[in-house]
Write a protein that binds this ligand. Structure first.
Ligand code: B1M
Length: 234
């Protein structure tokens, strides 16, 4: 900020102004301001999910568009991602606080060659908030890591994330290996990430493509309900 510009007091802004200011702050990678803004909105009674989607994800969308258009570069995007994560850190326990009964267990990770993890982390948070147990394998996962975790954790669901057109085909490698090993049908496989679509999900043999974290939760719930009904039917 230049010396001539008046200092912005976040707590003095109304909700709309604050949300827009947070988009700017996210864009500029201002971690502390994002934390402060997140806490202010929560203090004003905003639901954690609303803070997440309107203030944080909304801001990240602008970052993504400008990255695509060559206006922002990797170092700036990293700073923005870092600021986003600090806001998500505040929201995570609140989203998980629903006390919902255990719905099932999901192993999730970003595929080999891919280090994007914001979307995956969001999915993990929302799934936990909805009562799922989540084992997060992090980024850059080879097929062996997914398979070992599924068995070790006795999981119900495999979630895979990919943000690059060059890494999304790796999801098929994982699914094909599961087919070869005869374990494909033991798990519900959900995939997501910005470059994917429903057609791709079908083509690689996943159970469903999830457009966003909320859809991932709803889809996982549907599949778990089906599984429980099948078990009840004997
Ligand atoms: Co990257 N990057 N990036 N990047 N980056 C994209 C993906 C890109 C689209 C930007 C662009 O050009 N417009 C582009 C890919 C182009 C393509 O493949 N066609 C790109 C590129 C090119 C690259 C590099 C190659 C750049 C370079 O080095 N020259 C490099 C790749 C490194 C690698 O992975 N090997 C790179 C690096 C980076 C950073 C490290 C700087 C940083 C990542 C930081 C981090 O994640 N810790 C970064 C970022 C932040 C982005 C953008 C700007 C934002 C991604 C994001 O976090 N979105 C992105 C642009 C964009 O997507 N528009 C871009 C917010 C997030 C909430 O959304 O991840 O889509 P998203 O997740 C959603 C849904 O997709 C879904 O739910 C989430 C929540 O609603 N979902 C799932 C996601 N995973 C799911 C899994 C599920 C279910 C749903 O399982 C059940």
């Amino acid at each position: 900020m230049s010396e001539d510009e008046p200092e912005i007091i976040l707590s003095e802004l109304d909700d709309e102004e604050l949300t827009l200011q947070m988009h700017d702050d996210l864009y500029d990678g201002m971690k502390e301001e994002i934390e402060e803004g997140t806490n202010i909105l929560l203090g004003r009674g905003w639901e954690p999910y609303r803070v997440l989607t309107e203030a944080l994800v909304g801001g990240m969308k602008i970052v993504g568009d400008d990255f695509r258009d060559g206006i922002l570069f990797v170092p700036e995007v990293l700073l923005a991602a870092n600021a986003m994560k600090s806001g998500m850190k505040i929201l995570k326990p609140l989203l998980a606080e629903t006390g919902a009964p255990r719905m099932g267990k999901m192993v999730i990770g970003t595929v080999k060659g891919d280090i994007h993890d914001i979307g995956k982390n969001l999915v993990s948070m929302m799934m936990e908030g909805a009562g799922f147990e989540v084992v997060d394998l992090g980024i850059n996962n080879p097929v062996e890591d997914y398979l070992a975790a599924l068995v070790k954790e006795d999981a119900d669901i495999l979630g895979m994330s990919a943000l690059l057109t060059t890494t999304m085909p790796y999801m098929k490698v994982v699914i094909d290996t599961m087919v070869e090993q005869g374990i494909r049908d033991d798990y519900v496989i959900l995939v997501g990430g910005a470059p994917l679509n429903e057609e791709f999900g079908k083509a690689i043999g996943a159970d469903a493509y999830c457009r966003d974290a909320a859809v991932a939760v709803e889809t996982a719930k549907e599949f778990m309900a089906r599984k429980h009904n099948q078990m009840a039917a004997g």
